[in-house]
Design a binder for this molecule. Structure first.
Ligand code: ATP
Length: 294
């Protein structure tokens, strides 16, 4: 038997850092949005014990360091269900180390598949608690859609969907280290914070211009100069008539919000000349439990 699920990328419409916790993690407040740029995750159940991972990207880990494998191992450990043999196939299309939670989304898809096949009565809350042990972004990725994520990212509140729009995604060719970026943050020196209440009110009112005015990521305030391409891409997107442009997560990917399809396509065409990993995407809604996902 094989079950397949889409694993959607996410964007941060906002990212705020509220403080550092005694356990070393930061308290965050983020408005997250799934987009239709996706990996495809399939799990085949087999007789022979053990987990095999197959992927189209040969540089990704294929052992327990792959988030998809880690999620499967954790599922069996936490549910107490006797492990069965699995082949996990991950077809990657989400750029790696991009701030779009690609690996977390693969892990979340594996959790949804295993629940569907082996523990259909497992409550969503239990699956999300398991997901947090896999990684901070994984609980949100189990759910997807438009959501407020607080705490480490696991305290989730569904939000009304982002009004339909086009999202141009542009990933420059360098990685940004998340720990490096956190180390740059001096909380008392952050000049601005996103207006989270305002953006959630705008979402409730279906007010896309109101959302666009409030898209903001505090990491942009502390980006070292060597990453100035991020600011350049933002400026290019705004010059190309985006209604808003922002970095997602800890970068380096930048997204632009458009309402006009022709302008969005022109932006993709222009940016692709310098940044081959540029995509035209749209928002997608929440992954319902089990087979209603997507
Ligand atoms: P986030 O937005 O959650 O910070 P990201 O999009 O920046 O994540 P990922 O693409 O999830 O980053 O990958 C980060 C690291 O995780 C990579 O160095 C990669 O080797 C490792 N990794 C493990 N499993 C996967 C997977 N299934 N897909 C992508 N990367 C994976």
């Amino acid at each position: 038997m094989t079950i397949t699920e889409p694993a959607y990328a996410k964007l941060n419409l906002t990212l705020d850092i509220l403080g550092k916790r005694p356990d070393g993690y930061h308290d965050l407040r983020m408005v997250m949005q799934s987009i239709n740029l996706k990996d495809t995750v399939s799990v085949t159940f087999k007789e022979r014990q053990g987990i095999t991972l197959v992927t189209n990207l040969n540089y990704l880990p294929r052992d327990h360091n792959n988030i998809a494998v880690k999620a499967a191992e954790l599922f069996f450990r936490e549910t107490g269900i006797a492990p069965v043999g699995l082949t996990i196939r991950v077809d990657k299309h989400i750029p790696v180390a991009a701030g779009m939670a690609g690996g977390s989304s693969d892990g979340a898809a594996v959790l949804r598949i295993l629940r569907r096949a082996l523990a259909p009565d497992l409550p969503e809350a239990d699956l999300e608690a398991m997901a947090l042990q896999v990684g901070s972004d994984v609980p949100y990725c189990v759910r997807g859609g438009t959501a407020l994520a607080e705490g480490r990212g696991e305290v989730l509140t569904d939000l009304p969907p982002l009004p339909d729009c086009l999202l141009v995604i542009c990933k420059p060719g360098f990685p940004i280290s998340t720990p490096e970026l956190f180390s740059q943050v001096r909380l008392h020196r952050l000049r601005c914070h996103p207006d989270t209440a305002g953006i959630t009110a705008a979402l409730s009112g279906g007010d896309l211009p109101g959302v666009c005015r409030r898209v903001y990521n505090v990491f942009e305030d502390v980006l070292p100069r060597k990453y100035r391409a991020v600011g350049e891409i933002k400026r290019q997107l705004m010059d190309l008539e985006a209604d808003a442009a922002c970095m997602t997560g800890s970068g380096p990917t930048v997204f632009g919000v458009f309402t006009d399809e022709l302008q969005a396509r022109r932006a993709v065409e222009t940016l692709r000349r310098d940044y081959p990993q540029t995509f035209l995407t749209r928002p997608v809604g929440r992954c319902a439990p089990a087979d209603k996902c997507g």
